[in-house]
Design a binder for this molecule. Structure first.
Ligand code: AP5
Length: 223
């Protein structure tokens, strides 16, 4: 396949980060997760982090103009010339339109928007037990536990509970998803780019589903 420009869509806790890491390692493409980028900016105390923090703590989306430039700059990088994986962007109609405009400016096209589908109850269960490390690796106390409790398997950093994984903030993030991000399902469906993935099965099976889908897309391109 000439270029693989992928978007991961789905509610909070659907497994975008879990699958995004696997895809990055499998496809050797740059992986841009806006939540990770914003959390790093908050930790480093940059201007971006200062602007984003109060929105993130409440479970609100940061303003479009704050995040669009961040992703446009990533897509311009030479490392993204053969493709990229976006996780958590776009999340609103204006963000999707800005991404289309950026791709048109570069003479490039999106390959697919992979929608990882999971219901709200499962989201609450997953985010309630999530543990993350400062480098973005993701675990779950019951569903995907690290080998040693409280320690990241990948980089041995201490695992943390995210500030926005509190029950009231989780509910608000879900409301934001349904109101502002869910309309993108139709947006990409209309463009013929939407691919639905069952996110309710185990992480390995979700990964298998995505691999099978990408193989089909490759065959269709070559046919
Ligand atoms: P972000 O970090 O992107 O949060 P999110 O979209 O809410 O997604 P999550 O990271 O919560 O979940 P995920 O789908 O990655 O699931 P995960 O793999 O971790 O954004 C945070 C905030 O930043 C936003 O609220 C907003 O303020 C701001 N922001 C970011 N992007 C923005 C944008 N474009 N515009 C405006 N604001 C923006 O998995 C969850 C748990 O489930 C884990 O514990 C995992 O181990 C477990 N799990 C994963 N897969 C499975 C499975 N198949 N079975 C069982 N358990 C599983």
């Amino acid at each position: 396949m000439s270029e693989l420009n992928l978007i991961l869509l789905g509610p909070p806790g659907s497994g975008k980060g879990t699958q995004g890491e696997r895809l990055r390692d499998d496809l050797e493409l740059p992986y841009y997760a806006t939540g990770d980028i914003l959390r790093a900016a908050v930790r480093e105390g940059t201007e971006l982090g200062k602007r984003a923090k109060r929105y993130m703590d409440r479970g609100d989306l940061v303003p479009d103009e704050v995040i669009v430039g961040v992703i446009a700059e990533r897509i311009d990088r030479p490392e993204a010339a053969d493709g990229f994986i976006l996780d958590g962007f776009p999340r609103t109609d204006p963000q999707a339109e800005a991404l289309d405009a950026k791709m048109a400016e570069l003479g490039r096209k999106l390959t697919a928007a992979l929608l990882i589908e999971v219901g709200d109850d499962e989201v609450v269960r997953r985010l309630g037990g999530r543990r993350t490390c400062p480098n973005g690796h993701v675990f779950h106390v019951e569903l995907d536990p690290p080998s040693k409790e409280g320690v990241c398997d990948v980089c041995a950093a201490e695992l943390e509970i995210r500030d926005d994984d509190k029950p009231d903030v989780i509910r608000h993030r879900l409301e934001q998803y349904h109101a502002k991000t869910e309309p993108l399902i139709d947006y990409y469906d209309r463009q013929g780019l939407l691919e639905r993935i069952d996110g309710t099965v185990a992480p390995d099976e979700v990964e298998e589903g995505i691999r099978a889908l990408l193989a089909t897309l490759r065959m269709e391109e070559e046919a």
